[in-house]
Ligand binder design. Structure first.
Ligand SMILES: CC(C)(COP(=O)(O)OP(=O)(O)OC[C@H]1O[C@@H](n2cnc3c(N)ncnc32)[C@H](O)[C@@H]1OP(=O)(O)O)[C@@H](O)C(=O)NCCC(=O)NCCS
Length: 218
């Protein structure tokens, strides 16, 4: 019997998407909430659950046992490998890579091209362990072009500067930057939770129901 695919009635599914990709004979259902937009070229495997206001970009790939809360954005060419959970208001910008066994909390922003890793000694372990991705607590910002190492925990509210390689745990409310990475308490201008107007934005600028921005007038 084919696995169930349940998509909220108000969610827009564009052409050339695959939702409920049957990767296994025992694959289970896909459930996607209301008010979402699944853009052309998205592939969502079976065994994926997403809340309301899911937005995907072109060629986003979401693999099994991925759970996404409400208001999550998975933009162009993002790959979520599965066995991972994402809270509410998680924004994954273009080209983010999330390996299996990663946990991301609520209202987290991840800039374009950031890579998360889950295997510290790939192919070189005498007794291979189950890979373990990072854990990102609530209200973290990770800038563009960062690498976040296997099993790393980034504490609540921290801000990771663009291009940082994070191979050590980060205490909450830290600003992290440089090579090798350094951290210090957040400066006053960054010491605040992430703006819910951004993390819970229902739609991005090119959503069909949003007015075009001023600069878009020729
Ligand atoms: C870290 C960050 C918040 C600092 O901004 P700021 O507080 O306004 O600080 P400034 O720009 O005044 O820079 C302060 C110092 O940090 C350095 N610096 C800034 N960004 C840095 C970075 N990403 N890595 C390393 N050093 C950085 C600056 O060169 C400057 O050094 P100096 O004091 O020796 O001159 C910002 O540069 C950043 O990386 N933001 C993330 C951008 C991003 O990835 N956005 C994704 C969506 S597009």
């Amino acid at each position: 019997m084919k696995p169930t695919v349940e998509i909220g009635e108000t969610t827009i599914v564009e052409e050339q998407c695959t939702i409920g990709y049957e990767y296994h004979k025992d694959a289970g259902p896909v459930r996607i909430g209301e008010h979402g937009i699944i853009r052309m070229g998205t592939i969502i495997y079976c065994d994926v659950i997403a809340g309301d206001y899911l937005q995907t970009g072109h060629h986003a790939v979401i693999r099994p046992f991925t759970q996404l809360g409400n208001y999550c954005s998975v933009f162009h060419h993002v790959v979520l490998e599965g066995l991972s959970s994402f809270g509410d208001g998680v924004r994954l910008m273009v080209g983010v890579y999330v390996p299996s066994r990663t946990t991301i909390g609520n209202h987290v922003f991840v800039g374009p091209g950031t890579m998360f890793l889950n295997d510290k000694y790939p192919c070189r372990s005498e007794a291979p362990e189950t890979p373990r991705g990072p854990t990102i607590e609530d209200d973290v910002v990770i800038g563009g072009g960062c690498t976040i190492g296997p099993g790393i925990r980034i504490g609540r509210g921290s801000f990771i500067a663009a291009g940082t390689l994070v191979m050590k745990d980060v205490p909450e409310k830290s600003l992290v930057y440089g090579t090798p990475m350094q951290y210090r308490p957040l400066p006053p201008h960054l010491d605040r939770p992430n703006d819910r107007g951004m993390t819970e934005a229902a739609y991005d600028i090119w959503h069909p129901e949003i007015d075009l921005p001023e600069e878009a007038k020729w």
